[in-house]
Each structure stands twice: as C-alpha cells, then as structure tokens.
Design a protein around this ligand. Structure first.
Ligand SMILES: C[S@@+](CC[C@H](N)C(=O)[O-])C[C@H]1O[C@@H](n2cnc3c(N)ncnc32)[C@H](O)[C@@H]1O
Length: 269
C-alpha cells in the first residue's frame, strides 16, 4: 500500500493528466454520454439518503465483530476483533462512488450484477437500487460481516440481492461454473476485495468466461498500491478490452465491439 504522501502525489499527477470531466474534446459518443449523463448527473435520487443514513448508523456502531483475516494467500488464517464503526470507516466505498455505481446501473440496466466484497452491503445497496429487477450477487468471506449486511438489506427492503458467503478463491470459480451451466453472463461486475496483484488478475481472467460485449467491469483502488497498479496495467493489455476509464479511485473496463481502436481514458471525477 502506498503511503498517504505517495498517494497524494499520484492523485495530483492524475488530476493534471486527466480530461476535465466535462466531455470537452471527447470524440467517442459512448464516453461523452458516460461523462455527461452519468458522471455529471447531479440529481438527488431517493435511495441516496436511505443508504447514507444506514452508513451513518454503522459509523457510530460500537459492536465488536470477529473478522476473519483474508491476508496472505487469501486464506482464512486468523481472526481479528474490530468495531463495526472502525470497519465502516476504513472499508466502505465513499458515497461519491457508491452513487456513481448506482447511476451506472440505473443508466445501463444490467441484469446480472456481481460484487466481490460486500462488507456491510453499502455499495451492494446502491447497485441493487440502480435496477431492482436485476439479480445482484455479492460475495463476502467474513461471517459476522455478512450478518450485518443481510440485516441492512432487510432494513432497506432490498430483495434482489443474493449474498454468497466464503472465500472468493472458492466461491468465485464455482459461481462461474454455475453461470456457465445455465448459459448466463454477468453484465456488471465490481471487484472490491483482496486488493493484491495475483488474485486481482486471476479473478479478472476467470471472469472473462462470463462477460459479454456490454459488460461493465469495475476495479476498486487501482492506484492504492504498487501491486494494484501492476494488476491494472496488465489487465489493460488484455485484447478483449476495447475501452478503459481511469477515475483514479476506480478503473472501469468495457468490451464493446463498436470501439475499433482501443482507447484508454483518464477522466477527472
Ligand atoms: C473493501 S471491503 C468492500 C466494501 C464494499 N464493497 C462497500 O463499498 O460497501 C472488502 C471486503 O472483501 C472481503 N474480502 C477480502 N478478501 C476476501 C476473500 N478472499 N474472500 C472473501 N471475502 C474477502 C473483506 O472481508 C471485506 O469485507
């Protein structure tokens, strides 16, 4: 993981190297739409406050949880006692990005959505509200965390979410097999857990079996560490990717066929 100073320097470099986020000079109609209709959509949607008030409750919840550590090798090798509030503060995606994910789902209406790393289900809820007719699958390994997530889905009245418990290393390959058997594909994927080089690249390669031309695949924290930057750079070399958008805190890849020449955008958000 980079130090705060290293990350700040990287952010400043990103800020000055990125397109201004207004769509000026962007010739791709798809990316222009993405910027003007999704990135810059300033509407206040009803779910925003509902989800954020739940986040606030988590941020002041002093309950202590026993959390499995998915450290080296992603094996459950230790447990760790942490307050709900501390986990909520460090692990959840900021509201700005949760809301962006909601708008992406709302705009493109993906039918089958997968999130790796549910934690307390805050981002999962944004995904679920984006398209309530979609099936949202979310994976989480820490048992006591999954209980909190399930309670949160009930509180928000969300019933299109299926939480798959266990280590991604086991749950993802069998989930992909099930999808293949049913001839199903994923239209939207958010990878937000196990932020290391090897698993990130492996999950990406495995998921390629179940993506289609319209799938939107999002990686969290692509500039968070040397390993994640290496993974992001390597993933971008994959020939199935026709378009990528780097928003610094997340990276998005697309497989759309209308893009004849691959384009990599860095956009200010
Ligand atoms: C950054 S948090 C997810 C935050 C969530 N997406 C949000 O924004 O609301 C990552 C989660 O992934 C889980 N995780 C990490 N590695 C895992 C693994 N190998 N298998 C299962 N769960 C894992 C952690 O327990 C943690 O809750």
């Amino acid at each position: 993981m980079f130090s705060k100073t290293q990350l700040a320097k990287k952010y400043i470099r990103y800020y000055f190297n990125s397109s201004n986020g207004k769509g000026h000079g962007i010739h791709s109609p798809f990316v222009f739409d993405f910027i003007t209709k999704i990135l810059n959509d300033k509407n206040k949607y009803a779910c925003y406050d509902k989800i954020e008030s739940l986040r606030n409750k988590l941020l002041s919840d002093e309950t202590i949880l026993e959390i499995e550590d998915f450290g080296a090798g992603s094996r459950v090798n230790a447990t760790n006692k942490r307050k709900v509030s501390a986990v909520a503060k460090s692990a959840l995606k900021q509201k700005k990005f949760g809301r962006l994910l909601f708008r992406l789902v709302q705009y493109y209406q993906p039918k089958n959505i997968l999130e790796l790393g549910a934690c307390f289900g805050i981002t999962t809820s944004y995904l679920s509200f984006g398209n309530q007719t979609a099936q949202v699958f979310t994976m989480e390994g820490a048992k006591q965390i999954t209980k909190v997530a399930k309670t949160n889905f009930e509180k928000l009245g969300l019933n299109n979410i299926k939480l798959i418990e266990g280590n991604f290393d086991n749950t993802l390959p069998s989930f992909i097999q099930q999808l293949k058997q049913q001839n199903l594909q994923l239209d939207f994927i958010f990878i937000d857990g196990n932020h290391r080089y090897e698993p990130t690249v492996r999950y990406f390669n495995d998921l390629l079996q179940v993506v289609n031309d319209n799938t939107i695949l999002i990686f969290d924290d692509i500039h968070w560490s040397e390993e994640m930057e290496r993974a992001w750079k390597e993933i971008l070399l994959n020939e199935r990717i026709t378009l990528s958008i780097d928003l610094f805190f997340i990276g998005i890849v697309f497989f759309r066929k209308e893009n004849k020449v691959k384009q990599d955008f860095i956009i200010r958000f």
